[in-house]
Design a protein around this ligand. Structure first.
Ligand SMILES: *[C@@H]1O[C@H](CO)[C@@H](O)[C@H](O)[C@H]1NC(C)=O
Ligand SMILES: *[C@@H]1O[C@H](CO)[C@@H](O)[C@H](O)[C@H]1NC(C)=O
Ligand SMILES: *[C@@H]1O[C@H](CO)[C@@H](O)[C@H](O)[C@H]1NC(C)=O
Ligand SMILES: *[C@@H]1O[C@H](CO)[C@@H](O)[C@H](O)[C@H]1NC(C)=O
Ligand SMILES: *[C@@H]1O[C@H](CO)[C@@H](O)[C@H](O)[C@H]1NC(C)=O
Length: 672
């Protein structure tokens, strides 16, 4: 609730004139020399721009990031890619007058060496212990008194503060350069960045979201009252979409739109280019929200004005996420306009915590879209086996495309939730494998293990599933053993009981247990949160050996993935991935361990999982001798549930061949 001092924001939402945004494709690079010339030219333009800053910059940092801390970025924000030529999805570039380096992790070493001009660019292998961190490197390689520049839109405050501290210890300065210098170099080179997308925003009706936007905003305002916050600034794109029950398509795979949202006790202000359509305005009004629209670029001035006005009353504070950019933190604290900047409430966003726990309608949607998705993925697996049995050649990309066709037949499907990973044979061991559409493509061979990791965005939920199959149904003993141990780990998590409130990281070693017993492991986390018709990776909770810093502790109604794996580099990869919902378990619950419960963790409550994903695991790859009776029962019960759930729908839709296949795949697994 609004206290003593009322603030009237009189910022005028003037329509900005749009810069001439001209999309240009980089010319096709015919040979290495031309590539070298181009890389060199881009770099020397950037160096000239760095030198011409009011404080000449000794180094400029170019992370893979946008102003909203998005995991996936739009082409307009792919600045590290433009300057370095390296197209991988992770990495940070540093440019000095003498050096040009990219820090990236083990997934990308080979790709970097293929794409970047190695005469100019140095790869910093982030995963090796002997590689200095970016921070260390700057401290050790620049002269005392040097200025390091960053676009503060591309750094979160949580990233900014430790770097600033480290640099100031060695008498260097971290400078927030307000315009992006790579964008400037692009314009100078006549290769301006593409336009920032502002695609149509659509309403997601309340029968999908389960909670009107007006109610979400009321709940957020109550939290603001508890914190004495005069405004809540929402900067993450999925949080804006969630709060307003709107969706967009500005970033591939993520149904979000470029925007900021500011909630005060008396207003809801959306910073977004383009006007909201009639259906959007109609839904907002039926859901009890009156949105004031401002241009996207107006957010910082608006916050500065707010900071100025708030500084004139005693009690005041602006609440934003610690994941919000340094630029937004600066604007909200009024650093440029106030002698004494406002102190901020900068912590995990209340929207992130709200959307982490799904409501009943969202959960129903999750369960429903997993039935549709199960049908699509099962049909693909059957189709693929048929092709390969008939000797018809299918490439990895053709398999991924066919899967998309099957998903498109399902109701309310909107698109893939991430780039499909179709790894056959040795490619299965590349954890974030992304085959190129240009150039030769790998055919899926009869002798291959085939790892297929994919997901869909549906209006009623988001899916993410991995199944691994041996295409000739003749895995080696080594493959069977690994397949079975990964599956045992997945079942150990899937059937685990644990106290409410423990953080997700405590579950991680359960998934690795059976691999660890024979000296095997996998180099990724076990589970991530999933948004509802939103980002497939959703914080702030997850299951990994490192705790997620903002994990508030596991609660019923959260969605997580359960995805252990095993990768033999150069040979094959195995991953089994289901999505699960967290459920409260009591003695009478339908859970395999319910009847054995004798306590409730001193009142904290017992939690377990319900598996949402419904696609069989290949029985030919399971080494039954490694399974306990309970595990065998678990698998057979799961397969029976898959058939019971998908079977009648397949029958109704006349998918008779698919049903026959599913019946065979789901028949009981027996001890020899
Ligand atoms: C909005 O328009 C401004 C001015 O043309 C532009 O700079 C900005 O990139 C646009 N943003 C979005 C999200 O469309
Ligand atoms: C690359 O630059 C050099 C030196 O400026 C020039 O002689 C050469 O023709 C250029 N090569 C290409 C392919 O543009
Ligand atoms: C929601 O309502 C719309 C329009 O009434 C309808 O078309 C749609 O099928 C409903 N969806 C769900 C999940 O109930
Ligand atoms: C909010 O303000 C009230 C009254 O001044 C104070 O008692 C309370 O501790 C404040 N709460 C927080 C979280 O700062
Ligand atoms: C949206 O983007 C298009 C294409 O870049 C542009 O022509 C249009 O003016 C933009 N709309 C607004 C309101 O910014």
């Amino acid at each position: 609730m609004w206290r003593k001092c009322y603030v009237f924001i009189v910022f005028l939402c003037a329509v900005p004139t749009r810069a001439n945004s001209h999309v240009r494709r980089s010319p096709y690079i015919a040979n290495k020399e031309a590539l070298h010339n181009m890389s060199l030219q881009r770099l020397s333009t950037l160096r000239a721009v760095m030198a011409s800053q009011p404080t000449a910059l000794a180094a400029y940092i170019i992370p893979t990031a946008d102003a909203h801390n998005s995991e996936y970025i739009a082409p307009v924000d792919a600045r590290r890619e433009w300057i370095s030529g390296f197209t991988g999805s992770a990495g940070t570039a540093v440019v000095t007058s003498a050096a040009a380096l990219v820090w990236t992790d083990g997934r990308y070493y080979t790709q970097f060496e293929k794409e970047a001009d190695l005469k100019i660019w140095t790869l910093m292998k982030q995963s090796l212990p002997e590689t200095p961190t970016l921070e260390k490197w700057l401290c050790n390689n620049l002269r005392e008194g040097s200025a390091v520049g960053v676009d503060p839109h591309t750094f979160t405050r949580e990233e900014w503060t430790p770097l600033q501290t480290a640099l100031s210890k060695v008498n260097m300065q971290l400078i927030a350069v307000p315009t992006n210098l790579v964008d400037e170099a692009r314009r100078i080179n006549n290769d301006p960045p593409p336009a920032r997308p502002n695609n149509t925003v659509i309403p997601l009706p309340v029968n999908y979201t389960g909670k009107p936007a007006g109610q979400k905003i009321r709940e957020l305002r109550n939290k603001m009252t508890d914190k004495n916050a005069s405004a809540l600034v929402i900067t993450a794109l999925d949080e804006v979409a969630y709060t307003l029950n709107l969706r967009g398509s500005d970033i591939k795979f993520n149904p979000v739109f470029f925007s900021y949202l500011v909630i005060t006790p008396s207003s809801v202000v959306l910073f977004h280019n383009g006007s909201l359509s009639e259906p959007v305005l109609y839904q907002l009004s039926t859901e009890g929200v009156e949105v004031q629209e401002c241009p996207y670029a107006g957010i910082e001035d608006y916050l500065k004005n707010m900071a100025k006005e708030l500084s004139q009353c005693g009690k005041h504070s602006i609440w934003l996420s610690s994941d919000a950019s340094e630029a937004i933190h600066r604007a909200a604290s009024g650093v440029d306009v106030l002698k004494t900047p406002l102190s901020l409430i900068s912590e995990v966003s209340p929207v992130a915590l709200m959307k982490l726990v799904k409501n009943e309608i969202e959960l129903e949607g999750f369960r429903h879209c997993h039935i549709k998705d199960g049908i699509a993925v099962s049909r693909l697996l059957k189709w693929l086996h048929d092709q390969i049995d008939k000797g018809i050649s299918v490439t990895e990309i053709q398999a991924a495309d066919k899967l998309l066709e099957f998903r498109k037949e399902e109701a309310d499907f909107m698109g893939p939730s991430f780039q499909t990973i179709p790894g056959s044979g040795a490619n299965g061991a590349i954890i974030h494998y992304n085959p190129s559409r240009d150039g030769p493509q790998k055919v899926i061979e009869k002798n291959d293990m085939f790892l297929l990791d994919s997901g869909g965005q549906y209006k009623d939920g988001t899916t993410d599933i991995t199944r691994t199959r041996h295409m000739g149904r003749l895995p080696t003993a080594e493959q069977k053993s690994a397949f079975t141990r990964v599956l045992k780990g997945q079942m150990m998590v899937g059937s685990a009981l644990f106290p409410q409130g423990v953080k997700g990281n405590v579950l991680d070693s359960l998934a690795r247990h059976w691999l660890w017993q024979v000296g095997l492991d996998y180099a990724h986390g076990t589970g991530h949160g999933v948004g509802h018709c939103l980002n497939v990776h959703e914080g702030p909770a997850g299951v990994s050996w490192r705790p997620y810093p903002h994990d508030p502790g596991l609660k019923p109604r959260q969605i997580l993935s359960n995805e252990p794996g095993f990768y033999k580099v150069g040979a094959f990869g195995i991953r089994h991935e289901d999505l699960v919902e967290i459920v409260q378990v009591t003695k009478d619950s339908k859970h395999p361990k319910a009847s054995g419960i004798v306590g409730d963790f001193d009142g904290r409550g017992v939690l377990g999982f319900n598996t949402l994903t419904l696609v069989p695991n290949q029985k030919e790859c399971i080494d039954v001798s490694l399974l306990t009776d309970a595990e065998l029962t678990y698998i057979n019960n799961y397969h029976a549930r898959v058939l019971e759930t998908l079977g009648p729908i397949m029958k109704q839709r006349n998918l008779n061949e698919d049903l026959l296949w599913l019946q065979k795949e789901c028949s009981p697994l027996l001890r020899a």
